[in-house]
Design a protein around this ligand. Structure first.
Ligand code: ZN
Length: 297
């Protein structure tokens, strides 16, 4: 009897394991990042049955990415991002231009600027743009205490929530400067993905609209995250023709969160599960995920 019950127990445990392993990997949900590293079924299987079941499931990512310079996508999708605002005069102009081109952008705003112009942020949010955090007053986080960083982020998070009714889910560190340890605890504590960029027209140096435009047109690829600032007149001046030409090239504009949702696997690892089925092609435009920490942004 005891032996029978043991067998029954084992069978139940095995079928439970199989059903667990057969679960599709949880979809990447950006709004509330899941720590799939802890809950995802293990790729290593000890029995043939489990191996077979596991083979039907795409191998879960070893470590979910929390930092993005660009996104691997199947399609001509890009995200325009504008930092350091909102500006009282330039951001409304930009919003007009974006509306005329039917483009949704992402604004990485400073809390202290939001406190001055909450109505501009309300308009941006109402018009479908994504509002994300860029700290309160643009300090170099890599040189700050954890408490100082937390204060910068919490105040900004609260200010955005109070203006738009919604908390941000993305964060861009000023100057792109952030330590690995900060990325991790900021992601764990605030749930933010850390968004950098792969296209930088260096518009903060105010090189003139034509240069801003040509740099963006030259560097932008599918999946690009384009960095710009809605506090420089030349940047705003460059945008109508930049958008025209990007659209003429077939690019489609989405917010950063939408771009992250579209992420497809990059070139599969040679040793990846044979059953890992993906249509993703090797990306000729793949950008190294190094942090452009030296850029003035
Ligand atoms: Zn900035």
């Amino acid at each position: 009897m005891a032996n029978y019950r043991l067998q029954l127990y084992c069978a139940a445990a095995l079928s439970f394991t199989i059903s667990l392993a057969a679960q599709p990997a949880p979809p990447p949900k950006r709004a509330k990042p899941v720590h799939s590293i802890e809950v995802a079924p293990k790729a290593t299987a000890s029995s043939n049955v489990e191996k077979e079941a596991a083979a039907k499931t795409p191998a879960p990512p070893k470590e979910p990415a929390i930092t993005f310079n660009s996104v691997h996508v199947d399609g001509p999708y890009i995200a325009m991002t504008f930092d350091d605002g909102p500006s009282a005069t330039l951001t409304p102009k930009l919003l007009d231009i974006l509306a005329a081109h039917r483009i949704k952008a992402t604004f990485f705003v400073l809390g202290e600027m939001v406190a001055e112009h909450p109505e501009i942020l309300v308009r941006a949010a109402q018009e479908g743009h994504e509002i994300a955090s860029h700290s309160w007053s643009h300090p170099n986080l890599a040189k700050m205490s954890q408490e100082g960083v937390r204060n910068q982020l919490q105040r900004t998070d609260d200010e955005i929530k109070s203006a738009t009714g919604k908390r941000p889910t993305l964060f861009r560190p000023p100057y792109g400067s952030i330590t690995e340890r900060e990325k991790r605890w900021i992601h764990d504590e605030f749930g933010y993905d850390i968004i950098l960029w792969d296209v930088d027209p260096l518009d903060w140096k105010r090189p003139g609209p034509a240069v801003v435009r040509s740099r963006i047109l030259k560097e932008t690829r599918p999946g690009s995250i384009v960095l710009s600032h809605d506090i420089h007149p030349g940047t705003i001046e460059a945008m109508p023709s930049t958008f025209d030409q990007l659209q003429a090239k077939g690019f489609k504009f989405v917010t950063v969160s939408e771009l992250l949702e579209m992420a497809t696997p990059e070139t599969p690892h040679p040793k990846a599960e044979a059953a890992e089925k993906t249509d993703a092609k090797a990306a000729p435009y793949a950008v190294p995920a190094s942090s452009p920490a030296t850029n003035k942004e």
